[in-house]
Design a protein around this ligand. Sequence first.
Ligand code: DI6
Ligand code: FE
Length: 428
Amino acid sequence: MWHHKGRSIPKGGVVQHARESALKQLIRNVRIATMEDGYGLIDQGAVLVDGERIAWVGQESSLPDEHRRGIESELDGNGRLLTPGLIDCHTHLVYGGNRAREFELRLQGADYETIARAGGGILSTVSATREASEQALFESAAQRLQQLMGEGVTCVEIKSGYGLDLETEMKMLRVARTLSEQFPVTVAPTFLGAHALPPEFKDDADGYIDEVCKRMMPAIQSENLAGAVDIFCENIGFTPAQTRRVFECAKSLGFEVKIHAEQLSDQQGASLAAEFQALSADHLEYLSDDGIRAMQKAGTVATLLPGAFYFLRETRLPPIDALRKAGVPMAIATDSNPGTSPTTSLLLMLNMAATLFRLTPLECLQGVTVNGARALGLERNLGTVAAKKQADLVLWNVGDPAELTYNFGANPCYRIFRKGQQTGPGSD
Ligand code: DI6
Ligand code: FE
């Protein structure tokens, strides 16, 4: 089974899923945080799962008779907390190598921008990713994915962006697809061709944007390898004008769009993304009031990435209170990547979002459930415990939902259900 930390997966093998194909099962005697309307707590609750979907949710004592018939298995939660499966809506999970050496350099005084400009940083991961075989990329990403899943993650976004040529970008996206076939997890794949300027296009960013728009995007679309297009809009990334071109092209090909914006400076990237009805704008430490207004009008989710903030020792906080006042939905994600957020713990991000960004435990949990789903455009199917939604559920060894944010470095995950099937811890 996948959940055992450190256990390697069979080479090229299928790591498959759960055991029984339970049809109608009752999870009873649980405290449910439905995540509808705040925590949406239901004490002495029960969830009836029918196949892959949730059939009924409520207080156990009010389970209708017709639903009691034909229940094939029951799980007594002993009062434990049940939540939706967690959603990590921003990751760069597939890459070659690591950047531990760069980390050492930074500890000796070099900064992230200087390293990036000197051809290190993202570009060193690009070399390692180009060199890695598809199988090797699969295996290293599978390990990271299993670590995420072990904490109750049932849906993960995965970006390309360490290939910067068509062949390698497609290789990364095929790995993302294989991961979704081999593990009980929903994968939302994103094309991030415009992540950095590849060496082949040195001093010709517009030429590379041409390549991204005219050659790469249509090829990726024709093989259905990604649902969304992302771009790093930054002074060490791409300009707002280049971002506009990428968004125009992405939209015309039917992709959703999203953006890495306002991480190191204010480029008005979030406003631009909102103009294109972006699903989310991510990072946002330098987001302006105009950006907030534009996001609020467009319904664009603000995805906060406390792991990158922490690891780069940033001091400028995203404008949380203004986002909150404007009613912009906030998501939280790992940004799992080798350069700025080498983590595979989404639960740790909840704690960091609270301690570093001052989000409340409720906002933290919303950030990885209902708002995470929204950041991926999957809110109709995922993100809350509600009838008709996919039965992605996590049972925790805690009683109060705030405990998920309060603890750090612990993993209170007790049982995981994905599409109604029990997977992961406790399923052996
Ligand atoms: N912002 C980030 O935090 C990651 N990408 C991006 O655009 C960092 C990517 C890396 O350093 O490898
Ligand atoms: Fe990122």
